[in-house]
Design a protein around this ligand. Structure first.
Ligand SMILES: *Cc1c(COP(=O)(O)O)cnc(C)c1O
Length: 358
């Protein structure tokens, strides 16, 4: 494997220089505090422009048209430091900075691409399979990715879990609960523990999973106290969401290490994104880098048909080609399954890697 992280001293120096320039009042301790990071999220075009300085014309136009945004803007100072390290129009910047094309709904796109409204067993509880459910624990995220499937609810008030829990208690066929959102790790330890404890008290719920992008966008959130709390609720697995090797920083690696030390196996889900990660070199670096951090690449998702994401969606043919190129060139562990979540909520179907010539 040939993937190399930039040395941690280089990254630390770059991060500190960004903090001093963009947040002159902040100490290194503030920067390491996840609550400080959440409180200082950039939510306006002005805040992003101020932090990043030079913008491409595409970025400037996207930021200048909030009425075209498909969802709110929200970027942690930490994520802004990664965006600032890229050139204008860099890969993470395309994934995280609004684009005027977000306002255009293409043929065949849906506001609710996975039919989640129709598949709600209870408020915030999506059931597309007989034995497993998805619990949308919160609508908040540390950062809003522009390709989000749930743009329709992102940043809105969540509905509470009482009804979802009541439904689950009476559904003995459900053995696997995936807690996602939004991002469940934007909640405080006490609130998250309350939810996990309530789920653990349901005898037929054997497996708990958490879906989170926190290690990529706000690794400071993974404190030793959080890891100690999560440890109590095993078997608990986590699906992370790294998109590009630029997210594989020493802080992200340390956050994953704390979770692994707590006995939580880590998987990763990536969305195939046009011009961002849809080439075999980038996918190799991402997935080999994840393995080195102890994270198993699980799913590569073909972008779903969410309204206003056509400019970010790659093609099934490209995804298959990337996986074919990866097979045999890298550790088998590094190769994810290529999946498509069917519109309307029919569940996920595998698209590959498949055999050469498929
Ligand atoms: C993806 C998903 C799951 C989990 O699926 P796995 O393939 O087991 O990881 C569960 N419920 C819903 C609604 C989903 O979209």
């Amino acid at each position: 494997m040939s993937f190399l992280l930039p040395s941690s001293e280089t990254v630390a120096r770059r991060e500190a220089a960004f903090r001093r320039q963009a947040y002159p009042g902040a100490t290194a301790e503030d920067w390491g505090d996840w609550r400080w990071q959440l409180r200082h999220r950039a939510r306006t075009a002005e805040a992003v422009a101020k932090a990043l300085g030079k913008l491409s014309s595409r970025e400037a136009a996207g930021l200048a048209n909030p009425r075209a945004w498909r969802m709110p803007l929200g970027l942690t100072p930490y994520m802004l430091s990664l965006l600032a390290a890229e050139a204008p129009d860099g890969p993470l910047r395309r994934a995280m900075i609004p684009d005027v094309r977000e306002g255009r709904v293409s043929r065949g796109e849906f506001r609710d691409p996975l039919g989640e409204v129709a598949h709600q067993a209870a408020p915030g509880l999506i059931r597309s399979y007989p034995h497993k459910v998805l619990l949308l624990a919160t609508s908040d995220c540390a950062c809003f990715c522009r390709y989000c499937t749930r743009a329709r609810t992102a940043g809105r008030a969540a509905c509470g879990w009482a009804k979802a829990l009541a439904w689950l208690r009476k559904a003995p066929e459900i053995r696997d609960v995936l807690v996602s959102g939004g991002d469940p790790l934007t909640m405080g330890d006490a609130q998250l523990e309350h939810l996990l404890k309530s789920l653990r008290e349901i005898p037929h719920v054997e497996l708990l999973r958490i879906g989170t992008k926190i290690p990529a966008v706000l690794p400071q959130r993974v404190t030793p106290a959080l890891a100690r709390m999560l440890r109590k609720y095993r078997p608990l697995w986590m699906s992370l969401h790294f998109t590009h090797p630029d997210e594989l920083t020493p802080r992200a690696a340390a956050a994953c290490g704390r979770l692994l030390d707590a006995g939580i196996p880590l998987m990763n889900q990536t969305v195939l994104l046009r011009g961002i990660n849809d080439d075999s070199g980038t996918m190799l670096r991402l997935n080999e880098g994840l393995l080195k951090m102890g994270v198993k690449p699980y799913y590569l998702h073909q972008g779903d048909l969410a309204a206003g994401t056509a400019h970010l969606r790659s093609t099934v043919a490209r995804g298959r080609d990337i996986l074919r190129r990866m097979c045999g060139r890298t550790t088998g562990y590094a190769v994810p399954l290529f999946m498509f979540d069917r519109p309307g909520g029919g569940g996920k179907v595998p698209l590959g890697p498949g055999q050469a010539g498929d």
